[in-house]
Design a protein around this ligand. Structure first.
Ligand SMILES: Nc1ncnc2c1ncn2[C@@H]1O[C@H](COP(=O)(O)OP(=O)(O)OP(=O)(O)O)[C@@H](O)[C@H]1O
Ligand code: SF4
Ligand SMILES: [Mg+2]
Length: 334
């Protein structure tokens, strides 16, 4: 049986604490295949996720959201920094202990077509983690798989069908059932609805929200833009070029963004009220996002920032609590 939590959410306690996380990918070149440069995909991410909450992680394509998610789960080895799960440092855990911790952290992927092997049946896909972690005999595993299918709104009768026989939304439900199998505390959902038809997106989002309530799950929910996460996240972290630049409660981020990059992002989202919309000032950012191979010095947003001063080019602004529970990485916030 999938166990439901009996205790209310442990509000305000930190489940995941990330400090100074870096993931640099080497670029090899020349006939000797030496490392000639590094892609600084994640370059000093700080963030924390509280028990039972949803933290939305947003930012433009290529800013390092997926790499951050994978590095938190230790699916990619971080180049530097600290990731703690319930106070336990994951980056230095011996392999056998990390394996046990892996059961507590799962991922739901963006592409429900690519992430499920079409040659396997639904039963094989969902039971694999249970078998890897030796959770029960074959009857118990079968019962658990049936239970999980029901939990995600699929008929257990489909257990012997192949993944390729299902629609995108159904496949994403299978991916969610697989992620739930080991009763994780954290799920990193990497753009879990962006590949689905708009009509299906809300159903899958509702399912994720129901499951959170039922099992006390904590989500790190990756999305491209702020409007997607607004309704489902208690708090939002905004990423730019490998770093978190702002982290705050969703409604506060909307009302009073402190970082110039967030201000620019929000100014681009239309407001439904035509009177307010007509008076709003759009902030058009100049230039493109710089390459993560050679990011700008100091605050890496400085070449595009209208408030930049000398210090911005020289000193990396740390992510600091500028107002109660509102963090920003900017020398001149507000
Ligand atoms: N295995 C890899 N080797 C080299 N570079 C990589 C690798 N994985 C990601 N990158 C680079 O790291 C940067 C961050 O990639 P990442 O996929 O984390 O971004 P993202 O924010 O998830 O983007 P998207 O919104 O498009 O999914 C990009 O420049 C990407 O090209
Ligand atoms: S630190 Fe400076 S350059 Fe960076 S966002 Fe703040 S004002 Fe702009
Ligand atoms: Mg991504």
């Amino acid at each position: 049986m999938v166990q439901e939590v009996e205790t209310p959410r442990q509000a305000n306690t930190t489940l995941i604490d990330v400090k100074g996380l870096k993931v640099h990918f080497p670029i090899k070149g020349g006939i000797l295949g030496r490392t000639v440069a590094q892609v600084k995909a994640v370059d000093g991410v700080d963030l924390f996720v509280r028990h039972g909450e949803t933290l939305g992680l947003v930012g433009e394509s290529g800013c390092g959201k997926s790499t951050t998610g994978r590095a938190i789960l230790q699916l990619i080895k971080p180049t530097a920094g600290s990731v703690k799960l319930d106070g336990v440092e994951l980056t230095t855990l011996p392999a056998n202990e990390l394996r046990k911790k892996r059961a507590e952290m799962q991922m739901v992927f963006q592409d429900p077509y690519g992430s499920l092997d079409p040659r396997y049946t639904v039963g094989q896909i969902i039971s694999e983690p249970l078998e890897n972690f030796k959770r029960g005999n074959s009857k118990e595993v079968r019962d658990e798989v049936a239970d999980l299918l029901e939990t995600v709104g699929l008929n257990p009768y489909y257990v012997n069908r192949f993944a390729h026989e299902f629609s995108g939304g159904q496949r994403q439900r299978i991916g969610i059932a697989r992620a739930l199998a080991l009763h994780p505390s954290l799920i990193v959902a990497d753009e879990p609805v962006s590949a689905l038809d708009v009509s299906i997106q809300a159903q899958v989002l509702n399912l994720l929200q129901d499951l959170q309530g039922k099992f006390g799950l904590t989500y790190l929910f990756v999305a491209h833009n702020l409007s997607v996460v607004k309704h489902i996240s208690e708090r939002v972290a905004v990423m730019y070029l490998g770093r978190v630049v702002e982290l705050a409660k969703s409604e506060e981020m909307y009302k009073l963004p402190l970082h110039p990059y967030t201000q620019a992002l929000l100014s681009a989202i239309p407001v439904p009220d035509p009177n307010i919309e007509a008076k709003r000032k759009r902030i058009i950012l100049e230039g493109d996002v710089p390459s993560p191979v050679n990011p700008p010095s100091g605050c890496n947003f400085h070449p595009r920032c209208w408030k930049a001063q000398t210090i911005c080019r020289e000193v990396i602004p740390p992510l600091e609590e500028k107002q109660s529970n509102h963090y920003a990485a900017c020398h001149f916030p507000g």
